[in-house]
Structures are given as C-alpha cells and as structure tokens.
Design a protein around this ligand. Structure first.
Ligand code: HEC
Ligand code: HEC
Ligand code: HEC
Ligand code: HEC
Length: 195
C-alpha cells in the first residue's frame, strides 16, 4: 500500500507542465500597463484572495459582486428557469467583462501595493451590461431534456445552471478563448445541444 502511494506521489510531481495555467495567459494581468492595471506581482490576486473573500459563492473571490449592473438578460423575465439577474459565478466574469469596473480594483490588495490605477476593459472583449445578444446565462439546464444531452460531458454546470464558466475555464488557454473544451466542429455546443 505504502509503495503504491509513493509511486503515485512521484508520478504527480513529475507530470509535465501543460498550457493549463493562468500564468502567461490573457488572464495574467501583471504589468498590463497599456490597460492601466497595477502590477500586484501575483497572478491570482486580481481574482482570488487567501482571506476575507467577498462571497462564499465563488472560490475565495477578491472582487466586489454587489453594485454591478443592472443587466439585460437574454430571455424575457418570464422565461422559466432563467434567474432575474446573473448569478455570482457569472457576475465574477462580468466584474471585469461588462467594462464598468477597474480591472485592478480588488478588495484585498497584496501588502505594499498602491491605489487602483482605474483602467477599465475596452475593446472586443467587453460584453457590456446588455447580455441579450450573448448566449443565455444563469439559466437552468433542462431536467427532462429532449433537445439536450442528459449529462453534458465537458461543460460544467453551476447548481444545474449554465454560467459563463460552463463553457469557459478562466485558467486555461489550452483550447483558445479560455474554452473548457475544443469547439472544433461545434463540439462544445453539441456537448449540450442535440441539434
Ligand atoms: C481572471 C480571473 C481569475 C484569475 C486570474 C484566476 N482565477 Fe481562479 N477562478 C476564477 C473564476 C471566475 C472561478 C470560478 C469559476 C470556475 O469554476 O472556474 C475560479 C475558480 C477557481 C478555483 C475553484 C474551481 C476550480 O476550477 O477548481 C480554484 C482552485 C482557482 N480558481 C484557483 C486559481 C489560482 C491558484 C489562480 C492563480 C494561479 C487563479 N485561480 C487565477 C477566476 C480567476
Ligand atoms: C480581473 C478581470 C477579469 C476577470 C474577473 C475575468 N476576465 Fe476575462 N479577460 C480579462 C482581460 C483584461 C482580458 C483581455 C486580455 C488582453 O487584452 O490581453 C480578458 C480576456 C478574456 C477572453 C478572451 C481571451 C482570448 O484569447 O480570446 C475571454 C474568453 C475571457 N476573458 C473570458 C472570461 C470569463 C468567462 C471569465 C469568468 C469565468 C473572465 N474572463 C473573468 C479580465 C478578466
Ligand atoms: C454556451 C457557451 C458560452 C457561454 C455560456 C459563454 N461563452 Fe463566452 N465564448 C464562447 C465561445 C464558444 C467563444 C469563442 C467564440 C469564437 O471563437 O468565435 C466565446 C468567446 C468569448 C469572449 C471573446 C470575445 C469574443 O466575442 O469572441 C469573451 C470575452 C467571452 N466569451 C466572455 C464570456 C462571458 C463574460 C460570459 C458570461 C457572461 C460568457 N462568455 C459565456 C462560449 C460561451
Ligand atoms: C452547458 C450547456 C450548453 C452549451 C455548452 C451550449 N448551450 Fe446553448 N443553451 C443551453 C441552455 C440550457 C439554453 C437555454 C434553454 C432554455 O432555457 O430554453 C441554451 C440556449 C441556446 C440558444 C437560445 C435558443 C432560444 O430559444 O433562443 C441558442 C441559439 C444556443 N443555446 C446555441 C448554442 C451554441 C451555438 C452553443 C455553442 C457555442 C451553445 N449553445 C452551447 C445550454 C448550452
């Protein structure tokens, strides 16, 4: 038993480093001076904090998720299964990608850092607060699906809802556009939709 454990531990340590890391990706915001982002020296700090996180709903989140929006959702408010507002998992992304909040405006700053530089996201990566032209989010995955695969493999559901990170993995540029899986041949879409 002990031998097996040691073998597994050694295998984990010697596993090759893959492109599955935030470091060096478009989400490595350290020193993006052109965008007026303070260099906190810590790649995770723009989104996560080890202590005093702002919400229990997104992994140790370091950005304010209150006071955002209001957002226009994809479906009318009467649509069954769609939350009235984006849920925390998606608000996390929107706290940069709606273009209204300074990118380096984090709650717990690494010691020794100065005030926020105030630069907001501009350009084609801004979704704005009008989400009616984006794939529905904070919407239930159908329970008795006819048009959907019962248990999608690849995408990730959050309390059975589709959120930004259902399709995206903010930590990996392995598949481009921070996608959770390849969308070659629309594979990502077809993981959920039967079309
Ligand atoms: C640009 C923002 C951003 C950065 C930078 C970032 N993360 Fe995340 N992280 C998120 C978001 C959003 C979630 C929640 C969505 C999800 O499930 O992936 C998350 C979730 C997580 C989770 C829990 C879910 C999982 O995938 O296991 C861990 C652990 C994590 N991050 C670790 C890290 C570490 C370590 C770093 C730095 C090397 C880092 N993150 C950098 C945005 C970020
Ligand atoms: C701390 C701010 C911040 C958060 C939080 C954040 N992003 Fe980003 N994201 C950025 C910035 C800045 C860029 C553009 C980087 C550049 O221009 O080089 C970007 C780029 C992207 C891109 C384009 C990458 C490409 O190569 O095409 C995608 C897709 C993306 N983000 C998705 C997400 C999703 C989904 C989430 C939540 C799970 C998220 N982001 C959370 C700041 C953030
Ligand atoms: C149903 C899947 C899905 C969901 C949900 C989703 N995205 Fe995307 N997103 C994609 C795909 C696929 C691409 C790549 C498009 C391409 O390559 O042309 C993309 C591209 C992007 C880009 C790059 C700019 C662009 O227009 O190509 C950003 C930024 C982005 N998504 C952010 C978000 C944010 C923020 C959310 C939540 C509000 C979100 N996405 C929800 C599938 C999704
Ligand atoms: C994680 C699962 C998932 C993935 C991946 C996914 N979708 Fe969806 N999609 C849904 C759900 C759930 C709905 C909302 C269904 C409802 O509430 O009626 C939806 C809604 C839609 C709609 C709106 C239909 C309408 O009634 O207006 C379109 C179009 C769509 N998806 C296309 C796509 C495309 C294109 C892709 C790939 C880029 C994709 N979806 C990826 C789950 C997914």
């Amino acid at each position: 038993m002990k031998r097996i454990f040691i073998f597994l531990a050694a295998a984990a340590v010697s596993a090759p480093i893959s492109a599955q890391t935030t470091v060096g990706s478009d989400h490595d915001l350290r020193g993006k001076i052109g965008q007026q982002i303070q260099d906190y020296g810590q790649v995770c700090a723009y989104c996560h904090t080890p202590h005093k996180a702002t919400t229990k709903n997104v992994a140790l989140w370091n950005r304010a998720l209150t006071g955002l929006g209001p957002y226009t959702m994809y479906y009318p408010t009467t649509h069954a299964g769609q939350s009235a507002t984006p849920q925390p998992a998606s608000l996390a992304c929107l706290s940069c990608h709606d273009g209204t909040v300074a990118l380096d405006l984090i709650v717990n700053k690494p010691s020794g850092s100065g005030n926020s530089l105030g630069g907001k996201m501009t350009g084609s990566y801004v979704l704005s607060t009008d989400l009616s032209d984006d794939h529905p989010i904070s919407v239930d995955y159908p329970n008795a699906p006819t048009d959907f695969n019962p248990s999608p493999v690849g995408p990730k559901l959050y309390s059975n809802k589709v959120e930004c990170a259902s399709c995206h993995n903010p930590h990996s540029s392995q598949y481009g556009s921070f996608l959770r899986m390849s969308n070659t041949g629309s594979a990502l879409c077809l993981a959920c939709h039967k079309k």
